[in-house]
Design a protein around this ligand. Structure first.
Ligand SMILES: Cc1ncc(C[n+]2csc(CCOP(=O)(O)OP(=O)(O)O)c2C)c(N)n1
Length: 307
C-alpha cells in the first residue's frame, strides 16, 4: 500500500512504481487526485493535509488505547497480577525498525563521499559540505534542475522550513528571489541558495536587489554549462542530448559588477574554506561558482538506486 501525501505526479511518474497496477493507494492532498492510468486511488482524502494527518493520528491513538485496554484486561484476567502491566506497555510513537535501518543505510551511503576530493565536485560531497557548514536552523533554498534532486535526496533537515524546495511545474530562477525574501524574514539565519548555472542566469538581475538591500545571502552555482536535468532526461529517453549546452560568463566578475563578492572554486578541498569565509559576510551577497560532476546523474532516475 502506498500513502501518497501531497504527491505531485509530475515529480515522479506513478508508472515507475505502479506499472502492474498492484498497489493500493491512499491519496491525501488539498486537491482530488489527477486522472491517471497508473494512479487510481482506493481512498481519496481531498482536504487540508495537516488537518487530515492530525485526524488520522487521533484515530490511531484512540485505536491503540482500545488495543492497550484489551491487552491490559487480558493480562489482568490471565495473571490476576497488576504489577505485570508495565511489561506490556507499547510506546505509541515508537519509530519502526525499518525506518531506523533505512536511515542508517542512507547515512552510510552518504558518508562514503565525505572524503571524495575529486574535482569537479561530486554532487553528494557538495551537499554534505554545505550541510556541515550550516547550523540546523539555517536555510537552504533549491532552484530547479538535477541539483534539486540531489538536495532532496541527501540534504539532512532538522527543523521545518529550513530546506525550501519548490514542487512540480516549478520555475527555474525561483531560488535567488526566494532567498531574498527568506533573508528579509529571517535576518538572523544564514540563507543559502543552491542553483544550477542555467537557473541562476534566468533571474540574475535579482542580485541587484540583494546588493541594494545589503543581504548576506550565499549563492552556490552548480556549474556544468548545461541544462543538466534536461540533458539527463533526453539521454534517458533518446540516448543522447541536444541543444542543452551553453557557455557561462565569468561568475566572479559578474558578481563584482553587481557589487557582490564572487568566488570560483578551483578544488574540492577549498570549497568548505570558501563557505566559511562566505558565512562571515554580514551585508554583502556572496556568489560561489563550483564545477559539478554530473556524470552519475542517471542514478537520479533509477528506481532502486544505490545512492
Ligand atoms: C522557467 C523554466 N524554464 C524551463 C524549465 C524546465 N527545466 C527544468 S530543469 C531545467 C534545467 C535546469 O538547468 P540548471 O539550472 O543548469 O540546473 P541543473 O539541471 O544543471 O542542475 C529546465 C530547463 C523550468 N522548470 N522553468
Amino acid at each position: 500500500m502506498v500513502i501518497a501525501i501531497g504527491y505531485d505526479l509530475v515529480e515522479y511518474s506513478p508508472k515507475n512504481w505502479n506499472r502492474n497496477l498492484d498497489k493500493k493507494i491512499i491519496h491525501i492532498d488539498f486537491t482530488p487526485a489527477e486522472v491517471e492510468t497508473y494512479y487510481p486511488p482506493d481512498i481519496e482524502i481531498a482536504a487540508d493535509i495537516g488537518y487530515t494527518i492530525d485526524a488520522i493520528l487521533h484515530e490511531l491513538t484512540k485505536e491503540k488505547e482500545v488495543e492497550k485496554e484489551k491487552k491490559e484486561s487480558r493480562t489482568i484476567n490471565n495473571n490476576n497480577n497488576t504489577s505485570n502491566l508495565n511489561s506490556i506497555e507499547i510506546p505509541y510513537f515508537e519509530i519502526p525498525n525499518i525506518f531506523i535501518e533505512i536511515k542508517k543505510q542512507f547515512q552510510e551511503r552518504i558518508e562514503k563521499f565525505k572524503d571524495d576530493f575529486s574535482y569537479p565536485i561530486n554532487p553528494m560531497k557538495l551537499v554534505i559540505d554545505v550541510r556541515n557548514a550550516l547550523e540546523e536552523n539555517d536555510i537552504v533554498i533549491s532552484d530547479v534542475g538535477a541539483h534539486k534532486l540531489w538536495i532532496a535526496k541527501i540534504y539532512n533537515t532538522y527543523i521545518p522550513n529550513t530546506c525550501l524546495i519548490t514542487n512540480g511545474f516549478c520555475s527555474m530562477g525561483f531560488a535567488l528571489p526566494g532567498a531574498i525574501a527568506a533573508q528579509l524574514v529571517r535576518p538572523n539565519q544564514k540563507v543559502v541558495v543552491m542553483c544550477g548555472d542555467g537557473g541562476f542566469l534566468m533571474n540574475v538581475q535579482e542580485l541587484e536587489t540583494a546588493v541594494r538591500l545589503q543581504l548576506p545571502i550565499i549563492v552556490i552555482i552548480w556549474c556544468d554549462s548545461d541544462y543538466g536535468m534536461i540533458s539527463l532526461k533526453q539521454i534517458h529517453e533518446f540516448g543522447r542530448s541536444a541543444f542543452t549546452r551553453f557557455n557561462n560568463p565569468d561568475f566572479v566578475k559578474l558578481a563584482q559588477s553587481f557589487g557582490a563578492i564572487g568566488y570560483y572554486v578551483k578544488s574540492t578541498e577549498e570549497f568548505p574554506k570558501i563557505l566559511e569565509k562566505a558565512k562571515e559576510s554580514t551585508s554583502v551577497p556572496i556568489i560561489i561558482a563550483i564545477d559539478v560532476d554530473y556524470s552519475k546523474n542517471q542514478i537520479l532516475l533509477n528506481n532502486n538506486s544505490n545512492t
